[in-house]
Design a protein around this ligand. Structure first.
Ligand code: NAD
Length: 477
C-alpha cells in the first residue's frame, strides 16, 4: 500500500490494516519505539533543506533560519527527548495491593500500553511542529499513526508525505493530504486517539465527529492569550520581550500575546520602548527577509478587516515599524491597537497575525475579572517583581500555561505538558505527559495463591459474622 494517501476511503482501509497489524504485533518494545522515533529524526535531518524551502514558499517569505528553529529543531527536540526517555516511561509502575491481599502475596501494577492507531491533524502556522511534536509522544507510547497536514501549506505537506512514504511502512506511519473535506472525513474515522491542532471552532466539529466513534481527543486550540504588565515590572524590558514574542512568525502563533494590559500611567513609556524594540529587530517590514509573511491573501484580508473595524470604531492604531503597508506585500508592520471598544473584532477574534491590542488599566482585579470573563486562554503572561501580585495573578486565573517575565517560553519545555484548558483545548503533549496521553494506563492485579474469603466468612451464604465484620469497618477513621 502506498503511504501517500489522497482519499478518505484509503485512510479507512489503511487504518483497519494498521489496527490489525497492531493487534498481531502486540505491545512493541523500547527498541522498536526508538527505531521509529529515530527514523523520523533521520528524515528531518536529511530533508531539512527541502522542508525549509517548502515552508518558505508556502508562506511567501519565511526565513530559513526561523523554519529550522521553529519546525525542524522544535520537532527534533520532542523526538529526541522521547527517544532518550521512552525506556524509563514504559516501566511498569508498581502499586500497593489492598489489605489483606498485600500480606498474602498479591502484586499490582499500572502498565502504560499503546492504544493502537492515532490520527494527527496539523495546522499551517507551524506545519511540521504541530504534526511531529505530538508524533513523538504517539510513537514513544508504541502507537502507529496517520498524519493530516494543513492544505494551506501544501508544498510542505507534499514534501513531508513523500519523505514519509519513502521511509516508512504505511502500517507504522503514513500521511494523507487534502483540505477541509479530507479533515472532516479523517476526524470521522475510528482512530484509537485523535490529536487535533487548530482553531476552537473547528475543534468543536472535530470533537463532535470523534464522539460518534467514542474516539478520545487531544485538542490543541487557540484563543486570545493575555499579557499583564504589572506596576512593579521593568517596563522597557517587558516591552522588549513582548516585541520579540509578538513579532515571531508575524504573530501567527497560538501562544502569541494577543491582549497586553498596561497600567495607565505606563502607557507612553511602554509604547516608546515597544516601538524601539520592534525597529531594532525589524527596521522595515516590506521586503525584510527576517519578517515572516502573512500566510496567504485570505488571512491578510481577515487581518485588514479587523484593523478597518478598529479604525472605524475610533481606536488608535500605531504601526511598528512606522511604514505604510504595501498592498501587494504580505510582509506587514505590526499594528498596535490601543484601547479598542469591547465590541470590536480585535477584542472578539483571535488575532493570529501582525496585530496586538494594548489595553490600559487602573486596577489589577478588574484586569483579572476581564480575563476571567473570556474563554480560558492557551497562555498567560505576567511581568512584575512583586511576588504577592504574581501569586495573586496565578491563583486567580486559569490558562493552558504561564510564562513569567517573558512570553512564549513555557511551550518550549520538552519535559512539561503543553496544552490548553476550556476553550483553548484539552489534553496535552510533550514529555512524559505526552507519553501518558497516548498510552492506556492499564491496572493489573495478580492474585495470590491463597484465597482467604471462604475461610473468613466473606462469601454467601452470608452469616451474622459477615454482617458484623462489615459493620465494624464502617467508621470515620
Ligand atoms: P484550522 O482549524 O482552520 O485547521 C486546522 C486543520 O484542520 C487543517 O489541517 C484543516 O485542513 C483541518 N480542518 C479544517 N476543517 C476541519 C473539519 N471540519 N474537521 C476536521 N479537520 C478540519 O486552523 P488553522 O488555520 O490551520 O490554524 C490556526 C489555529 O490553530 C489558531 O486558532 C491557532 O491558535 C491554533 N493553533 C493551536 C496550537 C496549539 O498548540 N494549541 C498550535 C498552532 C495553532
Amino acid at each position: 500500500m502506498n503511504a501517500n494517501l489522497r482519499s478518505i476511503d484509503e485512510v479507512g482501509v489503511l487504518l483497519a490494516a494498521q489496527r490489525k497489524a497492531f493487534d498481531h504485533e502486540g505491545t512493541v518494545d523500547a527498541a522498536t519505539r526508538k527505531r521509529r522515533l529515530q527514523a523520523v529524526i533521520d528524515l528531518l535531518v536529511a530533508e531539512q533543506q527541502t522542508l525549509v524551502e517548502a515552508m518558505d514558499s508556502d508562506f511567501g517569505g519565511r526565513h530559513p533560519g526561523y523554519g529550522l528553529m521553529n519546525d525542524i529543531l522544535g520537532a527534533l527536540a520532542s523526538l529526541k527527548h522521547a527517544r532518550d526517555h521512552v525506556e524509563g516511561w514504559m516501566q511498569r509502575d508498581p502499586r500497593p495491593a489492598f489489605p489483606p491481599y498485600d500480606q498474602l502475596g498479591a502484586e499490582a501494577w499500572v502498565q502504560y500500553q499503546p492504544k493502537g492507531s492515532v490520527g494527527i491533524i496539523g495546522t499551517w502556522n507551524a506545519p511540521l511542529f504541530t504534526l511531529l511534536s505530538p508524533l513523538a509522544g504517539v510513537l514513544a507510547a508504541g502507537n502507529r499513526a496517520i498524519l493530516k497536514p494543513s492544505e494551506v501549506t501544501g508544498n510542505t505537506a507534499a514534501v513531508l508525505a513523500a519523505a514519509i512514504g519513502e521511509r516508512f511502512d504505511p502500517l507504522e506511519l503514513a500521511v494523507v493530504t487534502g483540505g477541509v473535506e479530507v479533515g472532516q472525513g479523517f476526524a470521522s474515522q475510528p482512530f484509537d486517539h485523535l490529536v487535533f491542532t487548530g482553531s476552537t471552532v473547528v475543534g468543536r466539529d472535530v470533537m463532535r465527529r470523534a464522539a460518534e466513534n467514542l474516539v478520545p481527543v487531544t485538542l490543541e486550540l487557540g484563543g486570545k492569550s493575555p499579557a499583564i504588565v504589572g506596576r512593579s515590572a521593568d517596563i522597557a524590558d517587558a516591552a522588549r520581550r513582548l516585541a520579540i514574542a509578538k513579532m515571531t512568525n508575524s504573530g501567527q502563533i497560538c501562544v502569541s500575546p494577543d491582549l497586553v494590559y498596561i497600567a495607565v500611567e505606563h502607557k507612553q513609556a511602554f509604547i516608546d520602548a515597544f516601538r524601539a524594540a520592534v525597529i531594532s529587530l525589524y527596521p522595515n517590514a516590506n521586503g525584510n527577509p527576517d519578517l515572516v509573511a502573512v500566510v496567504n491573501e485570505r488571512h491578510q484580508q481577515r487581518i485588514d478587516r479587523y484593523l478597518a473595524d478598529a479604525l472605524e470604531q475610533g481606536a488608535e492604531v500605531l504601526r511598528c515599524p512606522d511604514e505604510a503597508p504595501v498592498p501587494e506585500s504580505r510582509k506587514r508592520p505590526l499594528s498596535v491597537v490601543v484601547n479598542p471598544p469591547l465590541r470590536s473584532l480585535v477584542m472578539e477574534e483571535e488575532l493570529f497575525g501582525p496585530i496586538m491590542v494594548l489595553l490600559t488599566y487602573s486596577d489589577l482585579p478588574s484586569v483579572l475579572a476581564e480575563i476571567n470573563a473570556r474563554p480560558r486562554p492557551l497562555a498567560l503572561y505576567y511581568f512584575g517583581q512583586n511576588p504577592a501580585e504574581q501569586d495573586y495573578v496565578l491563583s486567580h486565573t486559569l490558562s493552558g500555561g504561564v510564562t513569567i517575565n517573558d512570553a512564549m517560553m513555557h511551550p518550549a519545555m520538552h519535559d512539561a505538558p503543553f496544552g490548553g484548558v476550556g476553550a483553548s483545548g484539552m489534553g496535552h503533549y510533550h514529555g512524559r505527559e505526552g507519553f501518558r496521553q497516548f498510552s492506556h494506563a492499564r491496572t493489573v492485579f495478580k492474585a495470590p495463591a491463597y484465597d482467604p474469603r471462604a475461610e473468613w466468612g466473606l462469601l454467601p451464604p452470608y452469616g451474622e459474622q459477615f454482617l458484623m465484620a462489615m459493620r465494624a469497618q464502617v467508621n470515620p477513621g
